[in-house]
Design a protein around this ligand. Structure first.
Ligand code: DGI
Ligand code: FE
Ligand code: FE
Ligand code: FE
Length: 187
């Protein structure tokens, strides 16, 4: 599928406000890829598709998780996590993406994981700091991102984890693993 057709198909899956967010993640992923020596075209492809399943019904996501062999432990954690691995599945099977680095960046853009690739980090960080994002701490994340991909991403995970704790929610183990691993390597 060519870029324009893909953009039109993804846009059709979501409300206008979420499409604006996706455009922001595309722009920021390209910028971060240039800054940190990653392929901007592949980063943009991951960004276009990263939230493709965000507005799917819970039951539709759950069916894919159960029937297509996605990690079943997801079902015990916040539903907000599900669109990322389901999005990677959709990118591969409905959009024909074969680049495993791009698929992983989509798959892990919400949770993170241990040993995140540079591509994983770029898309996850772009998701936190695209121009439309406005939450306490986002300016600090943007500042850190000028110099240090890992430190900026740690600040992003810190903000998510703090938020989840304040709401008394469970935290998906990959998020803890991602943050621990980044802290170890960013010293
Ligand atoms: O899809 P977006 O809104 O652009 O952003 P996202 O994919 O990063 O996040 C979706 C939400 O998932 C985020 O607001 C926090 C929530 N969430 C719930 N449980 C967890 C979690 N995020 C992480 N990283 N880890 C969790 O365990
Ligand atoms: Fe997302
Ligand atoms: Fe994210
Ligand atoms: Fe997003």
């Amino acid at each position: 599928m060519n870029r324009d057709d893909m953009i039109a198909a993804v846009q059709a899956e979501m409300p206008e406000r979420r499409w604006k967010h996706t455009l922001g993640v595309m722009e920021t992923s390209v910028l971060l890829a240039r800054r940190f020596g990653e392929d901007p075209e592949r980063a943009e492809l991951a960004a276009i598709l990263h939230d493709v399943a965000k507005y799917w019904q819970t039951s539709r996501m759950e069916a894919i998780i159960r029937e297509e062999g996605l990690p079943p432990d997801l079902l015990k954690y916040d539903k907000e996590l599900w669109h990322a691995p389901v999005g990677a599945y959709v990118a591969e099977h409905n959009f024909g993406v074969t680049d495993s680095g791009v698929l992983d960046a989509i798959r892990y853009h919400t949770s993170g994981r241990e040993d995140m690739t540079r591509m994983d980090k770029i898309v996850c960080l772009a998701d936190y700091m695209e121009p439309g994002r406005d939450f306490p701490g986002v300016e600090r994340i943007r500042e850190l991102s000028g110099q240090h991909l890992e430190k900026a991403l740690i600040a992003g995970f810190d903000s998510t984890i703090t938020h989840l704790l304040a709401q008394g929610k469970r935290i998906y183990p990959l998020t803890i693993a991602a943050r621990n691993d980044l802290l170890l390597k960013a010293r």
